[in-house]
Ligand binder design. Sequence first.
Ligand SMILES: Cc1cc2nc3c(=O)[nH]c(=O)nc-3n(C[C@H](O)[C@H](O)[C@H](O)COP(=O)(O)OP(=O)(O)OC[C@H]3O[C@@H](n4cnc5c(N)ncnc54)[C@H](O)[C@@H]3O)c2cc1C
Length: 417
Amino acid sequence: MADNTTNRKDVIVLGAGIVGVSSAYAARQRGLSVTLVDRREPGSETSYGNAGILSSGSIFPLNQPSLLSNLPKYLSNRHPALRFDVGWALKNPGWIARFLASGRASQTRPRALALRGLIQASLKLHREWIVQSGAGNRIRETGWLKAWRGDNVAAAKADQAALAEYGIKCDLLDRQGISALEPNIIPVYSVGLLHTQTASVDSPGNVTKAYAKMFAGAGGEIRRAETKSIAPDNDGWRVALSDGELLARHVVVALGPWSPDLLRPLGYSVPLVTERGYHREFRPNPSRTLLRPIHDAENAFLITPMEQGIRVTSGVELTDRDAPSSYAQLDAVVPLARGVVEFGETVGEIWRGARPTLPDSLPMIGPAPRHAGLWLAFGNQHIGFTTGPATGDAVAAMIMGATPTFDTSAFLPKRYL
Ligand SMILES: Cc1cc2nc3c(=O)[nH]c(=O)nc-3n(C[C@H](O)[C@H](O)[C@H](O)COP(=O)(O)OP(=O)(O)OC[C@H]3O[C@@H](n4cnc5c(N)ncnc54)[C@H](O)[C@@H]3O)c2cc1C
């Protein structure tokens, strides 16, 4: 399979977030010559600022039947779970209609099964790669706690039963159970659901960097440059960079929220929007350590213990990818987070990121329909850090003409392109 044309690689992977790094490493593992291109250090964008959860149970995306029933609550545009820019909504009625339509009850099972396959394959790879890359000290096998302040046993049991249908285990906890699990938090939660098969990391950016280093150590090339355009070239691809150009037999587009920009000139109109989110980090109190991420169910924020401090992440903001930041959601939840665990002053700046999302909340993994040798790997919404490795591994398998380890039929790009 190796390409003998001078200076032409087998594969160029565009984007060194978790998806691109994983694609590059998985292709290199299969013996292909690979160049990974990013304008920044690997793992510096969305794959840096997320909550670091390797979630076994995130098989029900945001657009599910409960979103439809909660719509009146969200339309006030004041709920921390979901805010939207009215101008953005008026420009995107078609996307919103498709997003809501994918949330119908009839769509729940096929999407949950598809995501379960992707997630299970990915967690297996993460657990192998994190050790192989020398970052094994960063993973915590302590689960993920979703917790309700109100006496919401019925909601917790409903979540537990829905996940059990797909073989995903959670333990139901009362206030005492939560205190036993997280002795240092203030006892504000009356019900909890511990996702026991979920893990988390203390720095998703550094884990992505460790995988990139592992790729380089395996003979992969990392190029720091802006990708300007891609164009078919004989039986391969020509990639124009800010400082030159590259040739390859195959190109993988793994540019996360930026992926549609590069595909538009090729005639692909990708219906991808960005569910933006924010984080702020705080100096931890050493005698009040957290042992795992906590998801505040009613207020839609997460608190995760990270290498640099306690990271508080916000819910979803639907607006243009590059619109100015609005800190309203984060500002609303930080005082609530302080009421869960004691922490000190802020560390660093507020971070903003963009979850790349297609109308059915499933990623695109596979060949571009009208161009041989062009592969798409993006749209991993809220669970891209979890699902990056298997997304990349599936694309690498497809490039080799092999069958991925999980069913990718629901993720094929041709469903939209
Ligand atoms: C607040 C928040 C919390 C989250 N929490 C979790 C979580 O706990 N668990 C989980 O699994 N997921 C989580 N996610 C989702 C996850 O972070 C994303 O799905 C994932 O990081 C997407 O990875 P990616 O590789 O597709 O994109 P990115 O990480 O954004 O990578 C894309 C790369 O492309 C590069 N790039 C773009 N354009 C160009 C160009 N023209 N030239 C060169 N380079 C370019 C960028 O520099 C970037 O490095 C969260 C997201 C947010 C916003």
